[in-house]
Design a protein. Sequence first.
Length: 310
Amino acid sequence: MFDVVTGGAGFIGSHLVDTLVAEGNEVVVIDSLCAGRRDTIARHIDSCAIRFVQADLLSDGWQDAIKGADRLFHLAADPDVRQSAVNPEPTMQNNIMVTYRVLEAMRHCNIPEIVFTSTSTVYGDARVIPTPEDYAPLLPISVYGASKLACEALISAYCYSFGMKSWIYRFANIVGERSGHGVITDFIRKLKDNPAELEILGDGKQVKSYLDVHECVAAMLFALRAREAVNIFNIGSEDWIDVRSIAEIVAEEMHLPEVKFRFTGGERGWVGDVPKMQLSLERIKSRRWKPQLGSRESVRLAARDLVRSG
Ligand code: NAD
């Protein structure tokens, strides 16, 4: 199997690359390194297990590298929900425009299958929790969520117009080693700056689902068994955890039992924050995949790894 992974030097992408290499696949990684790090995949590059193309998907020159691929995993994106409300332009470019360019390159090179990493934020403030894949109307409340929903629509249209197949995965919060963004890394960074007090955005009562990155990659590969033109799956854990509890876990892992929490207040931590998120996993469970870890264990493991790796 010849796989292309865009964003393969990023957090989830580099874990996916580890697994594809372990399965013996031929792998090409395309990443601009605007957020990803070469060292996450350096051992595969050095051992010639993968080919790494450092390129911005908004420019040209990378398209030849995908010729002959069986599948393309499209993970490259700007994943910052908070910044998307401050300046939408990078979100529009790196999510919507990049996805369009990737689809066009695939069409020209006859690459038949795309796996896309979408997000729970396409559901917006869902009235049904746990939220199933067929929930409607999809009304995202962040520019990031809107950009991912636009990508889903483009992918669906390309599948039906040009005979491609797609897997669209709506992730909960994915956590673990090598993560460079999100609440856990945010808390660790703040506590390094000030071990006495931790600022928590919102009232700390936001509850969301968190999944370990290894389980996420396992689910992504498992769900490829579905063979419709467009296959949509939620991927997350079966429970949720509140932000205050995450802060307590991070403080424990950093051996800071005395730290004071200061809440900025309000039910949302930032513009576009969804205060309650739990995805229904019934669809993927009906195909006999379920996560082994809950949110609390996933957060604990991630905090431990991230504190240790410094
Ligand atoms: P990440 O920032 O670690 O990885 C994204 C990678 O894409 C980075 O390596 C970055 O350098 C690369 N990239 C960005 N723009 C690019 C461009 N124009 N050209 C080439 N490379 C570019 O993020 P992640 O957490 O690993 O997320 C991976 C995917 O999963 C993203 O699509 C994200 O939206 C989605 N997702 C992540 C989560 C999560 O909790 N981490 C949740 C839902 C969805």
